[in-house]
Write a protein that binds this ligand. Structure first.
Ligand code: MN9
Length: 295
């Protein structure tokens, strides 16, 4: 049976004002726009949101603004991960207070924490609220790779609901879903959405879905309809856009494309670099060639 958590979720980007402050109004406009485009939910304060470049207060206000704009229409998952368990718990409590549907957390990073320490970190966060938890597995960035055994340990907690799986290890994705069919697995690399779905993912959470929600949904719908050839075709179209997005910086590029649709986001926070003229031109090219005709 399909879980209530499925489909395409945007890992929301963070809009800024011309002074570099978080622009909550513009963020709320984005939430409304993406719901109208057919997305099933949002991942707030994730990597895509430049969460580790935001202050605690900004992260707390961001989830409040998203829940308010969403107004019960789509699902809202709040990423609460931090290097310190205490901070992560504080973000989780705030997410619960604001009315988020679930939390998610990257494993604590920078120090080489032991597996036991990482397990305890998740247990502590899960015990701090009533909200369900999606463990965020992103070995490239966090340095920690989730295993079926660690998940087994975490699964004793009633609040564990699933995994956001940002890795190209499709074997592991399949193993997780097969060993734990009750858990929800999210595909995390947008360029591999079709592969993740085929190997058992319930849906995808990603940054590029902000700027091509319809095309991403076509991949998902083709999979659901059992039309694998069509699914591959749409994935290949998406990947032409993603290739350009990756070339010029994922977050700056996604924002740049949304600006072509009328949003005002004012770039990315340092040390990320602003969009170049060359990037802007190339992104405009894929926007016109692929995004516009596929919505
Ligand atoms: O977690 C996202 N990863 C990051 C998911 O933001 C670092 C993905 O959506 C990627 O941005 C995307 C492009 O590689 O797949």
């Amino acid at each position: 049976m399909k879980s209530e958590y499925h489909g395409i979720y945007a890992a929301l980007v963070t809009p800024y004002t011309s002074e570099g402050k978080v622009d909550y109004r513009e963020l709320q406009k984005l939430v409304d726009y993406l719901i109208c485009q057919g997305l099933e939910g949002f991942y707030v304060n994730g990597s895509t949101a430049e969460a580790f470049l935001l202050s605690e207060e900004e992260r707390n206000s961001t989830i409040r603004a998203v829940v308010e704009a969403n107004s019960g229409r789509a699902k809202v998952i709040c990423h609460v991960g931090a290097i310190s368990t205490e901070h992560a718990i504080s973000f989780a409590k705030n997410a619960e207070k604001c009315g988020a549907d679930a939390v998610s957390a990257i494993s604590p990073f920078y120090y080489k924490f032991s597996e036991a320490e990482i397990v305890q970190y998740y247990q502590d966060i899960m015990s701090s609220t009533e909200l369900p938890m999606f463990v965020y597995n992103f070995p490239n960035f966090s340095g920690f790779s989730l295993t079926a055994e660690v998940l087994e340990k975490l699964n004793h907690n009633k609040n564990l609901l699933g995994v956001k799986f940002t890795s190209s290890d499709m074997f592991l994705l399949e193993q997780i879903k097969t060993l734990h069919p009750e858990l929800v697995v999210w595909n995390g690399f947008d360029e591999m959405l079709s592969a993740g779905l085929v190997m058992g993912a319930d849906g995808g959470i990603g940054s590029t879905y902000n700027c091509m929600p319809k095309l991403a949904h076509k991949v998902y719908d083709a999979f659901e309809a059992g039309n694998l050839k069509e699914m591959h075709l749409y994935q290949a179209k998406m990947n032409k856009v993603i290739k350009t997005i990756c070339k010029y910086g994922v977050f700056a590029s996604v924002k740049e494309i949304l600006e072509m649709d009328g949003f005002a986001f004012h770039g990315v926070r340092k040390p990320f670099t602003p969009m170049t003229e060359e990037g802007r031109k190339e992104l405009r090219g894929v926007y016109e060639e692929i995004i516009i005709p596929n919505r």
